[in-house]
Design a protein around this ligand. Structure first.
Ligand code: ZN
Length: 233
C-alpha cells in the first residue's frame, strides 16, 4: 500500500512541485519548506553556548539582559537572509514558524530555555502590521513555543501609536522618546517572570533594548533575548 502511496505522492509533486524557500530546489519527500542542504548551510552562531557573545555585548551598560543569542549570521548572501526575505516580503508565514521550531530545538537541548516562563515577540508598528498582515516575530515565537511548550503572549507588550502632538515634536525630542515607544498592557501578568524576547534580525539591539527596559520596570522581571539572525552586513 505504501508503495502506491509513495508513487501517488511522487505524481502529485510532479504536478505541484514543492520547492525549498532557501534555494528554490525541489524538496525531497521527507523535507519540509527548507531542504537539507540549506538547513546545513545556515551559518549558525552558537551564541547560546557562549554567554559573553557579541549579541550579549550589545546590551552591556544599556540594560540588564540575562542571556542573549541569535541563531544565524545575517550576511548579504546567507540562506537565512533569503528565508527571512520569503517570510517578511513574500508573506510565506510557515517559514517563520518553521525557523522558530528549528532554533527552539537547538536552544532547548542546550538548556537556554530552562528558566523561561513566557515568550514575548517584539511588537511590529501597527501600520506595518496592517500592511504586512502579520508580525514575523509572532510566527517565530509560535514555533519556539510549540517546541518548548513555553506559552507565548503577543498582547502584553505593544507599540504605542504615534499621536499628532508627537509628530509635531522636533527631531531631537523624538530621538529622546525612542525608548518610550513600548507599553506593557498588564503588569500583573508578567510580574516575577523570566521573559524571552523574540525578534527576527538583531542589528544595533536598540529596539530590543527599548522593549526590555519597559518589561524590566515591572517587579522582579528578568529578560532574555533570542533572534533568528544577527546582522553582520
Ligand atoms: Zn534549499
Amino acid at each position: 500500500m505504501s508503495y502506491f502511496y509513495d508513487l501517488w505522492d511522487d505524481f502529485i509533486s510532479l504536478l505541484f512541485p514543492r520547492l525549498c524557500y532557501g534555494c528554490g530546489n525541489h524538496l525531497m519527500r521527507n523535507e519540509k519548506l527548507i531542504c537539507t542542504e540549506c538547513y546545513i548551510l545556515i551559518p549558525r552562531t552558537n551564541y547560546h553556548l557562549k554567554p559573553d557573545n557579541p549579541v550579549s555585548q550589545l546590551f552591556w551598560g544599556r540594560c540588564m539582559i540575562e542571556q542573549a543569542a541569535a541563531f544565524s549570521f545575517y550576511t548579504r548572501d546567507s540562506r537565512i537572509r533569503k528565508l527571512i526575505h520569503q517570510l517578511k516580503y513574500k508573506g510565506i508565514r510557515e517559514v517563520g514558524s518553521e525557523l522558530g521550531r528549528i532554533y527552539a530545538r537547538t536552544l532547548k537541548s542546550s538548556g537556554f530555555l530552562n528558566d523561561i516562563d513566557l515568550i514575548i515577540p517584539v511588537p511590529l508598528h501597527p501600520s506595518k502590521k496592517r500592511q504586512r498582515g502579520f508580525n514575523q516575530s509572532d510566527l517565530i515565537s509560535l514555533g519556539i513555543s510549540e517546541v518548548s511548550g513555553i506559552p507565548m503572549e503577543s498582547e502584553l507588550l505593544v507599540r504605542k501609536t504615534v499621536t499628532k502632538t508627537q509628530t509635531r515634536k522636533t527631531r531631537y525630542d523624538r530621538w529622546t522618546n525612542v525608548e518610550d515607544i513600548f507599553r506593557v498592557t498588564d503588569q500583573d501578568r508578567i510580574m516575577n517572570m523570566h521573559i524571552l524576547l523574540v525578534d527576527d534580525v538583531i542589528t544595533t539591539g536598540s529596539t530590543l533594548e527599548a522593549c526590555a527596559s519597559e518589561l524590566l520596570k515591572v517587579e522582579n522581571v528578568k529578560v532574555s533575548v533570542a533572534a533568528l539572525a544577527y546582522s553582520v552586513i
